[in-house]
Design a protein around this ligand. Structure first.
Ligand code: DC
Length: 231
């Protein structure tokens, strides 16, 4: 396949989804869309406007004024809100907490959906999220649902958080416990919400990365892509 394609990569937090999706995109010389970042940017705008993230109507009222970039390059991405770079802010704990109600808001999902579909259909694309295979691109050329056991996901996310704040990746027990609690909170809420819950599409290939190194997971996804004529 040399024309456009869409590879959908869904799954819960901490599975290594972003790293895998980005590397798959690089290997295929394709674009990469991080839909979680879009929900995070909307959430940051909500917090900056001092709007209650659980107030669906007030959050919906902000949407028409939002101005943000949705990069699709497979290298380091620059996320900006109203022209200001927000790459670090959108990964912080305040956004991570508030993104759950914001991403469960049907008006937010509907508003982002058109933009996500347009970008997903823009050529050779790897698209990462929770509902890509089920809602955003139900006819994707390949759907992967990436999982890993809860403890391993918490360890990975903990390492990632430590790297983000520039601290040591040590295993401070209390921090790790907090990460476990937060991942559990998000998984439960993401999977049980009414609109576009986190779930594997019926035709998704489930890849369990608990025992796999990143390169092995990437190789597995590339092999699945090749089986479908994507190379
Ligand atoms: O992948 P992430 O952790 O950056 O995503 C942030 C939040 O956005 C996550 O808690 C669930 C939500 N999300 C979603 O509801 N649908 C998507 N397609 C992507 C993310």
């Amino acid at each position: 396949m040399t024309g456009g394609f869409v590879i959908a990569i869904d799954g819960p937090a901490g599975t290594g989804k972003s790293t895998v999706a980005r590397r798959v995109a690089q290997a295929l010389d394709a674009g990469y869309l991080d839909t979680g970042a879009m929900y995070r940017i909307v959430t940051l705008a909500v917090l900056k406007a001092a709007v209650d993230p659980t107030d669906d109507a007030a959050v919906a009222a902000l949407l028409p004024q939002l101005d943000f970039d949705s990069p699709t390059n497979a290298g380091p991405q620059r996320h900006s809100l109203a022209g200001t770079e927000v790459g670090t802010d959108i990964r912080g704990p305040a956004v991570t907490l508030a993104v759950t109600p914001v991403s469960a808001n049907p008006a937010v999902r509907a508003w982002l959906l058109d933009r996500q579909r347009l970008l997903a259909r823009s050529g050779r694309m790897v698209v990462e999220g929770r509902d890509i295979g089920t809602v955003v691109v139900p006819d994707a050329d390949l759907k992967v649902y990436l999982t890993a056991d809860a403890e391993e996901r918490a360890r990975r996310r903990h390492r990632q958080n430590a790297a983000l704040v520039g601290g040591p990746a040590g295993d401070a027990g209390a921090d790790l416990a907090a990460v476990v609690t937060d991942l559990h909170r998000r998984d439960t809420k993401d999977a049980s919400r009414t609109h576009a819950p986190l779930q594997a599409a019926a035709d998704a290939v489930v890849v369990d990365s608990s025992e796999l190194a990143v390169e092995e997971t990437v190789a597995r996804v590339l092999a699945l892509a090749a089986e479908r004529g994507i190379r």
